[in-house]
Write a protein that binds this ligand. Structure first.
Ligand SMILES: Nc1nc2c(ncn2[C@@H]2O[C@H](COP(=O)(O)OP(=O)(O)OP(=O)(O)O)[C@@H](O)[C@H]2O)c(=O)[nH]1
Ligand SMILES: [Mg+2]
Length: 457
């Protein structure tokens, strides 16, 4: 998703990086390149224009934050503006107060309605709902059969239709009755597609809407069709009133621009994205995460902000000095761990890291909250002397520490080994650390966790 765009933007940022200060000139050049990258990604030109304007005003007006390089500032601002355009928060599905909640799935031919109906039903099931599906596509041969197969494969109840039931409106009515009778809470109605929007299709959809009183009318847009998807979403919205968009085929070499434009053009949020043909290649759309992905940076900006809240600057300098002088003790190790935890759960921290997966040191690592708690407990069970000189910790001390922290000697051994590795790694990284603020720049470089002294990182 967004890989092309992301690569292009990263090239722009790379150029910007290394230029000492943010000036009107280098901003101008960078923003021109950002504009081209967005247009090439098929983002609606109005959206691009608005984004660039907003970024320009803010970037040139922004007071320079000491700890962030211009490069990061610009990314931070673009990130903010992207999120604004994508919709500031995740748009959750609506449900009727009085079940069943009916969702109509609409869109042009081949956009992925039937596939998405199955995916959404599966997702709803996983999230505690009891959905039922029905296809009212009586036009395309085998259309209903297609949904029946998806339903069977994914164990989703389907209303298959009674003998002689051939009108969409009849099928829909019966399906809803069955949904109620079987105590299910959501009915997904997969509708027929057309190559183009025509009156007949719209009339049928309007009739269905009137009959079913749906809480959601989800427009399924094929990301591969770029601006056409945006146009038809807009048209459907004008005629039918959609409540959200499912953007499919974001796994393909779609340029992704539709994602950035639909919300802005229709005013309706992207609710889900389809990322493949399989039933679980489907996820809720998170504007903030999408913006990060577009920028290819992980959500580093808020990470740096959060990190700055957690570590005051004195602490940062002191830590840097210790790292450089290889004086980083177990005591520091623990303090760093505890500060780090103020930032949130490990999982949420990792999600913010840029391309974590690329760091060889991080591969195969499963960070574990419990593990962290145990490490802190073990360090707490050490004497101050031990904490400041791990070489003191011999066999009998290890046994005492294990006992004191409710762990085993193996655990203590493991901790000391990890600490040793962390020290070594920090030592090797420290060359690149010198001369920079501890967090601002380096956290944003890849794999900041190691520099915070996280075990094994
Ligand atoms: N790669 C990829 N393929 C998808 C995705 N969603 C749907 N498809 C494929 O797109 C094709 C059309 O999907 P359908 O679900 O049949 O589309 P539809 O809108 O129901 O089509 P009609 O009923 O003919 O209007 C199928 O081959 C799907 O497997 C997706 O997110 N990624
Ligand atoms: Mg279909």
């Amino acid at each position: 998703m967004f890989d092309n765009l992301s690569d292009k933007l990263q090239r722009v940022f790379k150029n910007l990086r290394g230029q000492g200060r943010l000036t009107a000139d280098n901003m101008e050049v960078a923003l021109r390149e950002v504009r081209v990258a967005l247009l090439e990604a098929d983002v609606n030109f109005k959206v691009v224009k608005q984004l660039i304007e907003a970024v320009k005003v803010r970037a040139l007006g922004a007071e320079v934050m000491q700890s962030l390089s211009p490069y990061q500032q610009v990314i931070g601002i673009i990130n903010d503006e992207l999120v604004k355009i994508l919709g500031s928060h995740e748009s959750k599905l609506r449900f009727a107060n009085d079940p069943p909640s009916v969702f109509m799935i609409v869109g042009l031919q081949g956009s992925g309605k039937t596939t998405s109906t199955g995916k959404l039903a599966k997702w709803l099931t996983k999230n505690g709902h009891r959905p039922q599906v029905v296809s009212v596509d009586v036009y395309r041969p085998a259309a209903r059969q297609q949904l029946a197969i998806i339903a069977r494969d994914n164990k989703i109840p389907i209303y298959a239709g009674a003998e002689g039931e051939t009108l969409p409106i009849d099928l829909a009515r019966s399906a809803r009755r069955e949904t109620v009778n079987s105590g299910r809470d959501v009915l997904l109605v997969d509708t027929a597609g057309r190559l183009h929007i025509d009156d007949q299709l719209m009339d049928e959809l309007k009739q269905l809407k009137e009959l079913l009183n749906p809480v959601e009318i989800l427009f399924v847009a094929d990301a591969m069709t770029g601006q056409d998807a945006v146009k038809s979403a807009d048209e459907f919205h004008k005629q039918l009133g959609i409540t959200g968009v499912i953007l499919t085929k974001m796994d393909g070499d779609a340029r992704g621009g539709a994602a950035l434009s639909i919300r802005h053009v229709t005013g309706q949020p992207l609710k889900f994205v389809g990322l493949g043909e399989k039933a679980d290649a489907f996820e809720p759309f998170h504007p903030d995460r999408a913006a990060s992905r577009i920028l290819g940076m992980g959500d580093i900006v808020s990470f740096v902000e959060k990190a700055q809240e957690a570590f005051d600057s004195k602490q940062q300098e002191e830590m840097q000095r210790k790292l450089l002088d290889n004086e980083f003790s177990l005591e520091d190790f623990r303090n760093q761990l505890q500060s780090l935890r103020k930032l949130g759960s490990l999982d949420s921290i990792l999600k913010m890291m840029p391309k974590v997966g690329m760091m060889k040191e991080l591969q195969g690592l499963q960070p574990d909250e419990k593990e962290l708690t145990r490490i802190v407990a073990m360090i707490d069970s050490m004497t101050p002397k031990e904490r400041n000189n791990h070489m003191l910790i011999n066999g009998s001390r290890r046994r005492r520490i294990a006992k004191g922290s409710g762990t085993t000697v193996q655990d203590v051994n493991e901790l000391l080994k990890q600490y040793g590795q962390a020290r070594k790694m920090m030592k090797s990284l420290s060359g690149s650390l010198s001369g920079m603020g501890f967090l601002g720049k380096k956290m944003a470089k890849m794999g900041g966790l190691g520099k915070l002294g996280l075990p094994g990182f």
